[in-house]
Design a protein around this ligand. Structure first.
Ligand SMILES: [Zn+2]
Length: 257
């Protein structure tokens, strides 16, 4: 079910065991070949696919479209909010969901710059939240399966790279310009600080995207395909289904490998 599409009396009749998803995303540059809404479209795609299969068990809030993207601000079109504003806003949103009696809330993240915030939110709000509060960043749901799907090696599963481009070729091919898809433009690298979405770095180092890759692309989008986008979707949606199932029957969740 989609929160926006229900009337107030319809929503009032729902079981409070329904799992409420709060999608958080970004509006930011994704190289020359992908649109600014890429992260939001990808996150919403996974959730609507999930909703299509288990509609009666989940409720999707409207996505939070602008996230923490300070590191992309050198690129035109990027919008950003501060970490404090993001946490405070999400606390209020989740608080109002809770006030309506819903017991299961999942913050569903599709933007790297929001990952740390989602973690802090669970740790800061969790102890005060009367139900179960989760934060999920999609590429961490099934790391082993997603790594097996990656064709472009280390750095491949990065911003505007192989995976995001494949997903956008599936979701909105008319918004993808593969003629402009190019590999990451390397600048100075630090071995201990390099990683991608699936292979985290050993040390956190602040660099703007402009410093890391002047063309705004991380990894290699030139091997992407809609077929791969479908396989990634199947992996992620299946894992999400398990999470919802386990919340519904209130048993412990065996973490995927
Ligand atoms: Zn992205």
């Amino acid at each position: 079910m989609i929160w926006d599409e229900l009337t107030s009396p319809q929503l009032d009749k729902l079981s409070r065991d329904v799992v409420v998803f709060v999608p958080i995303a970004a509006t930011e540059q994704h190289g020359a070949h992908l649109p600014l809404a890429t992260d939001r479209m990808i996150g919403w795609h996974f959730l609507t696919q999930l909703e299509a299969s288990i509609s009666d068990r989940i409720l999707l809030l409207p996505p939070v479209a602008i996230g923490c993207s300070e590191h992309h601000m050198d690129f035109a079109g990027t919008l950003t909010v501060s970490h404090d504003a993001m946490i405070s806003y999400l606390e209020d949103v989740i608080g109002s969901v809770s006030e309506h009696g819903f017991k299961h809330v999942v913050v569903f993240n599709s933007h790297g710059g929001n990952s740390a915030i989602a973690q802090v939110l669970v740790e800061s709000l969790g102890p005060r939240f009367s139900g179960i509060l989760l934060a999920i960043t999609w590429w961490r749901l099934a790391i082993a399966s997603l790594l097996a799907e990656s064709k472009t090696g280390a750095g491949g599963v990065g911003h505007a790279g192989e995976f995001e481009t494949s997903l956008m070729l599936l979701i909105a091919p008319h918004l993808v310009n593969m003629d402009l898809a190019v590999e990451k433009a390397n600048r100075k690298t630090y071995p201990w600080a390099e990683g991608d979405l699936l292979r985290g770095s050993h040390i956190s180092l602040y660099r703007s995207m402009q410093e890391m890759t002047p063309n705004g692309v991380f990894g290699d989008p030139t091997h992407s395909s809609a077929a791969q986008g479908q396989r990634i979707t199947d992996i992620v949606v299946e894992r999400l289904c398990h999470v919802v199932d386990d919340l519904f029957v209130n048993r412990s969740y065996d973490l995927p490998k």
